[in-house]
Design a protein around this ligand. Structure first.
Ligand SMILES: Cc1ncc(COP(=O)(O)O)c(C=O)c1O
Length: 282
């Protein structure tokens, strides 16, 4: 059975879901997106994702194609129509179709597309072993706080990681780790501090990052929001990344340096368990 995809007011079989070749998302990557996880047919931390979508549109002066509650109603329909018990819902917003011109069109109607991916999220075999990451130069644009579909550098970084026999890449700029290809990066120091890069335009303000920092604080774990170098990461007691699709993912190797004894660390495992508990509670 094919998926049902939402395109500008219609729920269509994916073969019939189409948008214009003049869509500015296609021509200029003039589009933003969000992804929310679904567990037990319930959306995880969805209001925060919708708020960030609104912020991304605002930053780019895009007219929202629908209000937050309208978008959420479509998400609920998508869960129903796709029988989505566990997986992801992607929400893609473009400035719309217009004759090709860099200037923003005055009369284009924004497009809203949604699709789902069924995926086991809570029982993730990769998370049980942890992943290896490699660092790569951060060649992205300077507004990484906006969640745009301009994801080619992220795609190239991920492919470079796979080609190097690793699972993911961490972006490095000016000697410090910014974030992962599609996640926020954390290390745990030998004195037990959780370190992740401070917010700014250099990184995406991860929704999972925020939730995990709050969970760590509840556990009385010490958090430092500051930049760290790859060398500090190589020496860390443990490391992990966070994202809406992988939650808390333990990192066991960085640029070939094995952390601890090469298995997921207790802080990452604890935070993953706490996050899952929260996500399942809805
Ligand atoms: C570059 C980047 N950083 C961080 C994240 C994690 O953000 P969130 O926890 O909101 O999924 C993502 C998610 O796609 C990302 O693409």
């Amino acid at each position: 059975m094919s998926r049902i995809v939402y395109v500008n007011g219609e729920y269509l079989p994916e073969e019939d879901a189409k948008i214009s070749v003049f869509d500015r998302g296609f021509l200029f990557a003039d589009a933003v997106y969000e992804v929310s996880a679904v567990i037990g047919r319930k959306l995880v931390d969805n209001p925060a994702h919708l708020a960030r979508l609104e912020r991304s549109m605002n930053e780019l002066k895009m007219t929202p194609p629908a209000s937050g509650p309208e978008i959420e109603a479509i998400q609920m329909q998508m869960i129903e129509k796709n029988d989505l018990d566990e997986g992801l819902i992607y929400m893609q917003v473009t400035r719309g179709a217009a004759d090709r011109d860099f200037a923003f069109p005055k009369d284009a109607t924004p497009s809203l597309v949604m699709f789902t991916q069924k995926k086991p999220l809570s029982d993730n075999t990769v998370a049980k072993k942890g992943i290896a990451v490699v660092t790569v130069p951060d060649i992205r644009w300077k507004r990484r706080d906006i969640k745009t579909v301009g994801l080619l550098p992220a795609s190239m970084a991920k492919q470079a990681a796979l080609d190097a026999g690793a699972n993911d890449a961490w972006f490095v700029e000016d000697g410090v780790v910014n974030e992962g290809s599609s996640n926020n990066a954390f290390i745990v120091t030998h004195d037990g501090k959780i370190v992740t890069r401070h917010l700014g335009t250099e990184i995406l303000h991860g929704i999972t990052r925020k939730a995990v920092i709050a969970l760590a604080a509840q556990e009385n774990l010490e958090i430092e929001e500051r930049a760290f170098t790859p060398e500090e990461a190589y020496e860390a007691r443990e490391a992990f990344s966070t994202s809406a699709s992988a939650f808390v993912m333990p990192v066991v190797k960085i640029d070939g340096h094995v952390l601890g004894n090469g298995v997921p660390g207790p802080v990452a495992e604890k935070l993953r368990a706490l996050y899952l508990e929260m996500a399942k509670a809805g």
